[in-house]
Design a protein around this ligand. Structure first.
Ligand code: NOJ
Length: 763
């Protein structure tokens, strides 16, 4: 123990802990066997009062930033008083070594037992050096790159004193109206599970006790992504089959990757607010999956049980949430007020409190905080690591990999590097703030490289910029509603005049960085404000348009998709955004991203997702109206899941299927040849989908069950082999059993969910 100890009780504790530690000296902290850590925790719990144990279950927001409504009763004085009493287990929204050190000092030097604090922060896509928003990163389908990106985020966060990130968000969602799709991996469970694993690994590394690895948090458990009508904080009603097969697997993947914490969520699930769901938190997570970490509530979600009409007051809310398995109360003031009394009155069993406190203390042990509570507090490290050149290189690399080429008619892209007169149009083209996306509390405003700056690096073209229309009005912020200009179109004329005299027009249109993220649901996902008008006006005078989208969710851009020859999905790509986009536009980087989420034609199609079920009337075989369709719009999406082009071309052939393994454990090998038949070297995400044709529970028309990102030089051919085992072939039935049913399966392989090759096998 390197820190000063003040109290005799603590000395006794430390003495006990030291004896236990001495007997395991040969172990580093990270590999101290669980039973030793458990004994240390037993010793500690034995001397803790009930109030101190409940204190571990109390998570307070810091003193500067808020990421939710400020609750009644929150005050700085109270927080300091509780810190000194040892009634706080963790804090959020504190960053910077100086601040962390001071608060940690109060906890370890002024409280009776000196138990160190956890410091949590929403490190969603980087701390200060920002990588693309998670949805964009997911478009890379590059698991190693995604892991590296989380690693960089952990390196910066830990250097700023943070030891716990509220990421990854692993919510599957099929509704782009929901603003938080920007934070997840999109609509697909298989891809989402792989990405969950990569992100947990990136944050936590192989050794949690290192001072540059941090505890991760899989959130929001569960089904938050299915919020009714895409409206934030809303009701969720889904069947158990969807829950088990679609929603939960990414959480299971995170738990299997040893994620240390899980956050519950604001929604209900089939009538029960999930913060009070014993089924989710105990039956599934803790008992079913043997999750040994702790569950943190979402911001005040325990208190919100009252507003849901599920608890009559704070006392009942505390009881319901603790019994259900929510271990820590985030900025809700419910546990700290009620829980000790509930135990003293015999309403809540003390064993539940012991279990929760044990889980929290365990994570602190694993992080090495009992050995050195200031291990994340190194000023030198902070200076050196945050915003370093190598971090910037890493996020640039990730940004390029995240870009998706949606359309490229007549090879308008890549642009010539010299001799072209280019008009650059759109407010977002010069915006240095918006590409940072949402969840970027620790980064400075206006620090992204804009598209204008990125393109100016290519000096041999003439680039003239005009914004066209103002889109976003006033000062934008993480906590306030965005104002959009829907009336003033006075700048359109200048844009049109410029376009008339240009060879190519690059238009950067889309959403503001604060238009997606938490509490940013939209009923329309068209281009906001007058951007569509601007696009159409420019198109009237110059058809050579490259549309660069900057957005945090799929948008409805049907007109653009029909008329504009080249469309690049440039998301919100973080600090190096403009360089990444420019390098793709000029062909220095050949795009290989694939959509992790379907683009609908209009909002009426939502939810639209590739792995839907069939219906009893799936097609128009009799040429009348009696089939499952809309009378005013086709069933197909605008851009399908997995879609993304390259500057080169790939041909798929020789699909072959081979079966082996035992009859009880069949293995199916699927092979395919891919050739780069185009003019550039390039990368391709080879995707494998299956369909279980007849089953006791209806199965999706297609499901991703394998993918591989490959690199092919011009003219090169590679053979890729996938293996399908029970894991891929089976599913959860209504009783919650995972079953594999014999019968016929279709196999599809190609470069998107609409594949070129198809075959079949019988299990
Ligand atoms: C509420 C959000 O839902 C959650 O994801 C986040 O981690 C917390 N606020 C803390 O900021």
């Amino acid at each position: 123990m390197k820190y000063q100890l003040k109290h005799s009780v603590l000395l006794v504790t430390v003495f006990i802990l030291a004896i236990i530690s001495c007997s395991t000296k040969k172990h580093t902290l990270s590999i101290v066997p669980d039973d030793i850590v458990d004994k240390k925790i037993d010793s500690l719990l034995a001397i803790m009062t009930i109030e101190e144990k409940v204190g571990q279950m109390n998570l307070y927001n810091g003193f500067w930033d808020v990421t939710g409504p400020v609750p009644k009763g929150s005050s700085s004085n109270l927080k300091y008083e509780h810190l000194k009493k040892g009634y706080v287990g963790a804090m959020l929204n504190i960053r910077g070594v100086e601040h962390v050190r001071e608060l940690q000092r109060i906890a370890v030097e002024e409280s009776r037992l000196g138990i160190p604090l956890l410091f949590g922060f929403d490190v969603i896509h980087g701390l200060k050096t920002l990588s693309p928003i998670p949805l964009a990163e997911s478009a890379s389908w590059d698991l190693q790159a995604i892991e590296n990106s989380a690693r960089v985020a952990a390196i910066e966060a830990s250097a700023a004193g943070i030891n716990w990130t509220f990421a990854p968000m692993v919510d599957i969602s099929r509704d782009p109206r929901w603003g938080r799709v920007m934070e997840g991996a999109g609509e697909d469970t298989y891809l989402g599970s792989k990405i969950a694993k990569a992100r947990v690994k990136g944050f936590q590394g192989n050794d949690l006790s290192k001072n540059n690895t941090i505890a991760a948090c899989a959130k929001h458990f569960a089904a938050y992504g299915f919020s009714e009508s895409g409206k934030e904080y809303n009701t969720v009603s889904i069947d158990n089959v969807t829950l088990l097969n679609t929603v939960l697997p990414p959480f299971k993947a995170a738990v299997d990757s040893d994620v240390k914490t899980v956050m519950n969520s604001f929604n209900t699930l089939n009538g029960i607010p999930v913060t009070a769901s014993k089924y989710l938190q105990r039956t599934i997570l803790k008992d079913g999956w043997n999750f040994e970490g702790f569950v943190v509530s979402d911001w005040a979600s325990i208190n919100e049980l009252i507003f849901w009409g599920h608890a009559k007051d704070k006392k009942e809310a505390a009881k319901l949430a603790s019994v259900a398995g929510s271990d820590m109360d985030m900025e809700g003031y419910v546990y700290i007020r009620e829980l000790a009394n509930l135990v003293n009155e015999g309403i809540v069993e003390e064993s539940l409190i012991n279990d929760a406190a044990r889980r929290i203390l365990k994570v602190k042990f694993e992080l090495g905080l009992f050995e050195d509570p200031y291990r994340y507090c190194n000023e030198e490290n902070q200076k050196e690591m945050i915003g370093s050149e190598s971090n910037n290189e890493a996020v640039l690399d990730m940004a390029k990999k995240s870009i998706v080429l949606l359309k490229n008619e007549k090879n308008l892209l890549p642009l010539n590097k010299a001799g072209q007169k280019i008009a650059l149009i759109g407010e977002l083209a010069s915006d240095k703030n918006s590409p940072l996306g949402s969840w970027r509390l620790a980064s400075d405003d206006n620090t992204a490289v804009s598209v204008l700056e990125g393109m100016k690096v290519y000096k041999d073209n003439s680039i003239t910029y005009t914004k066209g229309v103002d889109v976003f009005l006033g000062k934008t912020s993480f906590i306030s509603e965005l104002k959009i200009n829907n009336t003033d179109n006075s700048g359109i004329k200048e844009a049109v005049d410029l376009a008339k005299t240009s060879d190519v027009v690059v238009m950067v249109l889309g959403e503001h960085g604060f238009q997606s993220g938490e509490a940013r649901s939209r009923t329309s996902i068209d281009l906001p404000g007058l951007q569509q008008k601007l696009l159409e006006a420019v198109y009237e005078v110059n058809k050579n348009i490259v549309l660069v989208l900057q957005n945090g969710r799929p948008l409805t851009i049907e007109w653009a998709s029909e008329n504009i020859p080249a469309i690049v999905e440039g998301w919100q790509l973080g600090t190096q955004s403009g360089h990444a986009i420019a390098q793709v536009l000029y062909g220095d980087y050949n795009p290989s991203g694939k959509l992790p989420m379907t683009f609908p034609r209009n909002v009426g199609q939502i939810p639209i997702y590739y792995n839907h079920k069939s219906t009893g009337r799936p097609n128009n075989s009799q040429n009348n109206v009696f089939w499952s369709h809309y009378s005013d719009k086709e069933n197909t999406p605008l851009y399908q899941f997995g879609h993304g082009l390259s500057y080169t071309d790939f041909k798929y052939k020789n699909l072959s299927i081979e079966q082996n393994g035992t009859s009880s454990n069949k293995k199916v090998k699927v092979s395919v040849d891919i050739t780069n038949t185009g003019k550039y070297d390039g990368k391709e995400v080879v995707q494998l989908y299956i369909r279980d044709l007849v089953a006791s529970i209806t199965r999706p028309v297609k499901e991703l069950k394998g993918f591989e990102l490959i690199e092919l030089q011009k003219g090169e051919t590679k053979t890729i082999t996938f293996e399908l085992t029970d894991n891929e072939l089976g599913f959860f039935n209504n009783k919650g059993d995972f079953i594999v049913e014999k019968g016929d399966f279709q196999v599809f392989v190609g470069g998107s969910s609409i594949t070129s090759l198809q075959d079949q096998f019988t299990l």
